[in-house]
Write a protein that binds this ligand. Sequence first.
Ligand code: ADP
Ligand code: MG
Length: 217
Amino acid sequence: MIRTRGLAFRYPSGPTLTFPDIDVPQGGSLLLQGRSGSGKSTWLSLVAGLLSPAAGKVVVADQDVAQLRRGERDRWRGRTIGFLPQRLHLSDALSVERNLALVYFAAGLPLDREAIRAALLALDVSSVAERRPGELSGGQAQRVALARAILLRPKVLLADEPTASLDDEAAEAAMDLLRASAQRCGATLVVATHDARGRDAMHGAQVLQVEALASTE
Ligand code: ADP
Ligand code: MG
C-alpha cells in the first residue's frame, strides 16, 4: 500500500513540486501520469525514500518512511521496494547473475542463488546469466532489471517509464511482464509514464495525474 498526504518537494534552485494525495491498497495498481518534467520520477523517489519531502508524509507498506533512520532506510528499501529505473543501472563490470546478487548485500540478507536462478527463469533470461549487461539486447536488459526488482518479492514495485525505449511489441510484452510479476508477489504496482502504450496497458489502475503545480516561492 501507498498513502501520501500533502506531499511536496523542492530541488535546490528548482521550483516546489506539490503532489495530490493518494491511497493505493496493497496489491493495487497506480498509473502515474503527466508530461515530461511534471515530477513523476521525483514522486517515485519520494515513495522509495530516496528523497525526503519538503512537506507531507509518505506511508509505504504500513511504514512511515520519514521515521526510518539512514542505514535502516536503505535496508528497508532493499526489502520492501522493487525499483525498475528508467536507466536500468546494471553494472557492466559484473555478470547478470552478480548484478542480481548485489540486491542481497544492499538489503543485508544472505545470498540466495536459487532465488536468482528462479527469477531469471521466470523472466526468460536464464540463458544470459553469465553475460555482462552490455552484451544484452534492450529487451533482455529490461527483463534482467525486472528480475532484479522482484527478487526479494517486494511489497511495492515502482517502474519509471518502462516502455519509453521499446518498440510497440516489446512495450506490450514489458507491461504484461510487469503486471504479472507484481501479481505474483502480491505487490502494489506503480507505473510512471507519459507514453500512451503504458497508459493503455494499465487500464483499471488508479490514476495520479502529476501536474507540476510548481510555485517558485
Ligand atoms: P518527470 O519524471 O515527470 O519527467 P522529474 O521528476 O524528473 O519529472 O522532474 C520534475 C522537475 O524537477 C523538472 O522540472 C526537473 O527539471 C526538475 N528536476 C529533476 N531532477 C532535478 C535535480 N536533480 N535538480 C534540480 N531539478 C531537478
Ligand atoms: Mg521521469
